[in-house]
Design a protein around this ligand. Structure first.
Ligand SMILES: N[C@@H](CCC(=O)N[C@@H](CS)C(=O)NCC(=O)O)C(=O)O
Length: 199
């Protein structure tokens, strides 16, 4: 579909980063608009969930980072990030990485609530899930293929970097394989160009 592709994004969203990385590597030209999602009433006409990332192409709105990545991949001439050969493994790991992003985000939102409103129980639950998920990735994921970039790699890279950004990097000590891969992956231009802004 021809038309200007606009990506409504936030400065630090790991979901938004996934979509930005996809646009970069798939060489799809987008216009990125960084917005404050908490003040973005205008977004409701495209996405009633009022969440970023949200993409628009002419009259079409595409919500949810996975759908946006699929869309960008589908209009690209580059080799797909979703190859048929290991499609379900890629989708499954991408969902797990999305869940990790969600847990880090939810933990962060809870920690900044006023003292009398926050739940330590909830925070602990998220921290346990974060640790368990990263350990699981260390033991169950080994798609470190340098020669074929796939969506799971992008999602895991963004999720781990977001964990460092909003929580900590303690996971590196006991997850050696993952840490080695992550060190090399974050040296890539598309990761360096999309580092979250500090706030
Ligand atoms: N499943 C969605 C999650 C998007 C999401 O949670 N975005 C957050 C920012 S990282 C958001 O817009 N939050 C606004 C709010 O909760 O009010 C996706 O993959 O795009």
């Amino acid at each position: 579909m021809d038309g200007q592709i606009i990506l409504y994004n936030g400065p630090n969203s790991p979901f938004g980063r996934k979509t930005k990385v996809t646009a970069l590597v798939q060489e799809v030209k987008i216009e990125e608009k960084i917005i404050d999602v908490y003040k973005a009433d205008f977004l409701d006409k495209y996405n009633p969930l009022r969440k970023i990332p949200t993409l628009t192409v002419n009259q079409l709105s595409i919500t949810d980072s996975d759908n946006i990545c699929f869309y960008l991949d589908s209009v690209s001439k580059k080799q797909t990030l979703f190859p048929k050969k290991n499609y379900w493994e890629i989708m499954n790991i991408t969902s797990i990485a999305n869940g990790l992003m969600e847990s880090v985000l939810e933990r962060r939102m809870e920690t900044i609530r006023p003292e009398n409103e926050k739940s330590n129980n909830f925070i602990n639950k998220q921290e346990t899930r974060i640790k368990r998920t990263i350990n699981w990735l260390e033991n169950n994921w080994n798609n470190y293929n340098e020669n074929y970039l796939t969506m799971d790699q992008i999602a895991v890279g963004c999720a781990l970097d977001y964990t460092i950004f909003r929580f900590n990097e303690n996971w590196k000590t006991e997850n050696k394989k993952l840490n080695k891969w992550f060190g090399e992956f974050t040296e890539k231009d598309f990761m360096k160009l999309t580092i979250p802004q500090q706030s």
